[in-house]
Design a protein around this ligand. Structure first.
Ligand SMILES: [Zn+2]
Ligand SMILES: [Zn+2]
Length: 364
């Protein structure tokens, strides 16, 4: 079988759209016709050369589509089913998998580092040479073959371009609040960075019933959007100190770094109150280090932790998020940015790099 896909070679070189050879679904796998794929910060790490992984590769791991065919033994899905892809096709039987945390699976993380599926294959090639798959998914393509366990049914109520966001940004951002930090009603929250994931952290904090939601971001359009989604106060980075000193001088109960850079983590941790929790949500570039003062942990009893993929099993968390969407509490529509056909992948990447508000989507 053939599929058109956006192929990434190296930082600084434009993506190329090629017809790749795609292997048919094996036992337990499904073929998904992709409808929408979001460009995530993780993809941009590769684009910017901050991560070095095998190439040529098909990036993209935040997508939704429709099942087109199923392999042998697939019981949970049928052709025509709308699905969101989870990027965690984990081994299913290690300690982390059994604890409901597939994104922590060592086998999966090895596969992600190698840009393959957990069984070390990719099912993709061009002129007989292996083409790799970003984040164990490779969704920037017309068709993708994945394990049925990571094609999560989304029902009919959510348009696929909105559903795509559930596959990474929404699960990550809302999950950071609801499942990792477990923010309590009435608490105070700081969100550093109001990009795709940060906006979902803001929404998660509103859903959790936080009384104060402070959001800091250098871009005005993003701050305005954060206000529409539930932020009670916003600041640009230079204005945060005076805002916090005036409004929340002791800091917040929960701080989230939705960027994942040492400087933004430092900001989030600096404004975490004594005994409060600071959560790193954004994935840092390789090799970054934090400079920490142990006194913050001992005398001030602050907690610094991180979250991957919403600290939940996507198969369990997705229905929870869908409930919030259907009840009108979780807004996906306003999170959509410009969308591009697959042939214009380079324009899509450029838009994502420029920081336009909303998730940049590719419609393969
Ligand atoms: Zn992502
Ligand atoms: Zn595992």
């Amino acid at each position: 079988m053939k599929t058109k896909a956006a192929v990434f070679y190296e930082a600084g070189r434009p993506f190329e759209v090629h017809e790749l050879d795609l292997e048919e679904p094996r036992v337990g796998e499904v073929l998904v016709r992709m409808a929408a794929v979001g460009i995530c910060g993780t993809d941009l790490h590769s684009v910017k050369g901050e991560w070095t992984r095998p190439t040529p590769t098909v990036l993209g791991h935040e997508g939704a589509g429709v099942v087109e065919a199923v392999g042998e033994g697939v019981a949970s899905l049928r052709p025509g089913d709308a699905v969101v892809l989870s990027w965690a096709p984990s081994c299913g039987d290690c300690e982390d998998c059994r604890r409901g945390r597939p994104a922590r699976c060592v086998t999966l993380n090895r596969a992600i580092a190698a840009s393959t599926l957990p069984d070390a294959t990719t099912g993709l090639s061009l002129d007989g040479e292996t083409v790799y798959r970003g984040t164990a998914t490779g969704a920037l393509a017309e068709r993708v073959v994945v394990s049925e366990r990571v094609a999560l049914p989304v029902g009919d109520g959510v348009p696929l371009e909105q559903a795509a966001l559930l596959g990474c940004a929404a699960l990550t951002g809302v999950g950071a609040v609801l499942f990792a930090a477990r923010v309590e009603p009435g608490s105070s929250v700081l969100v550093v960075g109001a990009g795709g994931v940060g906006q979902f952290v803001v929404q998660g904090a509103r859903i959790a019933g936080a009384a104060e939601i402070v959001c800091v971001d250098p871009l005005e359009a993003r701050r305005e959007q954060a206000v529409r989604l539930g932020a009670t106060k916003v600041a640009e980075p230079d204005g945060l100190t005076s805002l916090m000193k005036a409004e929340l001088p002791d800091g917040v109960d929960y701080a989230f770094d939705a960027v994942g850079d040492p400087a933004t983590t430092e900001t989030a941790f600096r404004w975490t109150r004594n005994g409060g929790v600071c959560v790193i949500v954004g994935l840092p570039a390789a090799g970054k280090r934090l400079d920490l003062d142990p006194v913050d942990f001992v005398r001030r009893e602050r907690i610094l932790t991180g979250t991957i993929y919403g600290s939940a099993d996507p198969a369990v968390a997705l229905p929870v998020l869908l409930e919030h969407v259907q009840a009108g509490r979780l807004d996906l529509a306003s999170q959509l940015g410009p969308s591009f056909p697959l042939d214009r992948i380079n324009d899509a990447i450029e838009a994502a790099l420029s920081g336009v508000p909303g998730r940049v989507l590719v419609r393969p």
